[in-house]
Write a protein that binds this ligand. Sequence first.
Ligand SMILES: NC(=O)C1=CN([C@@H]2O[C@H](COP(=O)(O)OP(=O)(O)OC[C@H]3O[C@@H](n4cnc5c(N)ncnc54)[C@H](OP(=O)(O)O)[C@@H]3O)[C@@H](O)[C@H]2O)C=CC1
Ligand SMILES: N[C@@H](CC(=O)OP(=O)(O)O)C(=O)O
Length: 340
Amino acid sequence: MTHTFDVAVVGATGAVGEVMLAMLAERKFPVRHLYALASQRSVGAKVRSGDNELTVLDLATFDFSKVQIGLFSAGGEISAIYAPKAAAAGCVVIDNTAHFRYEDDIPLVVPEVNPQDIARYTARGIIANPNCSTIQMVVALKPLYDAVGIERINVCTYQSVSGTGKEALEELAAQSRAVLSGQPVTSKVYPKPIAFNVLPHIDVFLENGYTKEEMKMVWETNKIMGDPSIRVNPTTARVPVLYGHSEALHIETREKLTAAAARALLEKAPGVVVLDERRAGGYPTAVTESAGRDPVFVGRIREDLSHPRGLDLWVVSDNLRKGAALNSIQIAERLVATFL
Ligand SMILES: NC(=O)C1=CN([C@@H]2O[C@H](COP(=O)(O)OP(=O)(O)OC[C@H]3O[C@@H](n4cnc5c(N)ncnc54)[C@H](OP(=O)(O)O)[C@@H]3O)[C@@H](O)[C@H]2O)C=CC1
Ligand SMILES: N[C@@H](CC(=O)OP(=O)(O)O)C(=O)O
C-alpha cells in the first residue's frame, strides 16, 4: 500500500498557493488529508486541488500536529511565526519565503543541484525553498559548473509580475487597459507604472546599492552550490509579463568550455530543455515556452566575444512552478521517499 501524508498549504489563496494545490494533484503527491490555510479574511472561501474542492481554514488556529508536511508561502513574517510552531508540532516545513534561507542549520534546496542537503532538515524541521530567479539559474548552471567550474556570473533578470503576487497581476492588467484606452494610469503595487515599462528594482534597496532580490541571487547561489568562491553580479528587473522569468547569463568558467560542449551538457541535464536554434524564434520565451510548464528552458548559447572563458546563455522558467511550487513539491517528494 502507498504511504500517504497529511499536508497543509499555507497561503493557499495566493498566486503560489494556488499553483501548489494544483501541482499536488497533477503530480499525484500521496496526500491523505489536504488543508488549505490562509488569513482570517479568506476563511470559508473555496479553493481547488485537482477535482477536490477545499474550504479555506484560518492559519492562526490550525493544529499542525495533524499534518506531516507544511508547504508555506504566505510571506516571511508569517513563516517567522508559524513555521517554528509547525515544526515543533512535528510537521516538516518547506518554506517558500526568504525568512530562513540564510541560516546555517536550514538547508536551502534545489533538487537538481543539492538534493543531499534535504537530509539536514532534522536540525530545525524546516527546509527553505530558494528565490525563483536563483532556482532557474542554478539548474542551468549546475552541469556546466560540474564540468569546468564557474568563477563569475553576470546576470540580468526580466521578472514577471506574478512574482509579486495576485495584486500585481491585477495591476498590470488594469494599467494595460488604461494605457490602451487613453485613461490615466495609477500605481499601487509598484513605485512606477509597470504596463509597457521596465523597472530596474525588485525588493528593497540595500546599503551597497544592490536590491535585496539581487543579493538573494548572490547569497543563495553560493549556499546551494556549496561554493562561496563563485562571484555573482546581478541586476534584477521587473517586466510587464504575467508568468515566467527570463535571464541573460554571462558566465566566466574556470576552464574553457565551448558553446557546443555546453549545449551537449545541458541537453542531458535534469530539469533542462534546450531550445537553441540560430534562427528567428529558435529560442525560449516566457510566454511561448515556460508559462504553465515545468522545465528550465535554455537558449542563445554562445561563446562570449569579450572573454576567453566566457559563455552566454538565455534561461527562462515559470516562476510560480519551478521557481516556487514545483521546486517545493519536488523537495517534498524526495523527503517522503527517503525520510518520512
Ligand atoms: N520561492 C520564491 O521565489 C517565491 C516565494 N514566494 C513567497 O510566497 C509568498 C506569497 O506569494 P504570493 O502567493 O505570490 O502572494 P499573494 O499575495 O498572491 O498571496 C499571499 C498569500 O498569503 C496569505 N496570507 C497573507 N497574510 C496572511 C496571514 N496573516 N495569515 C495567513 N495567511 C496570510 C494570503 O491569504 P489571504 O488571501 O487570506 O490574504 C494569500 O494566500 C511571498 O510573500 C514570498 O514570501 C512567492 C513567489 C516566489
Ligand atoms: N522576488 C520574487 C518573488 C519572491 O517572493 O521571491 P522571494 O521568495 O525570494 O522573496 C519576484 O518578485 O519575482
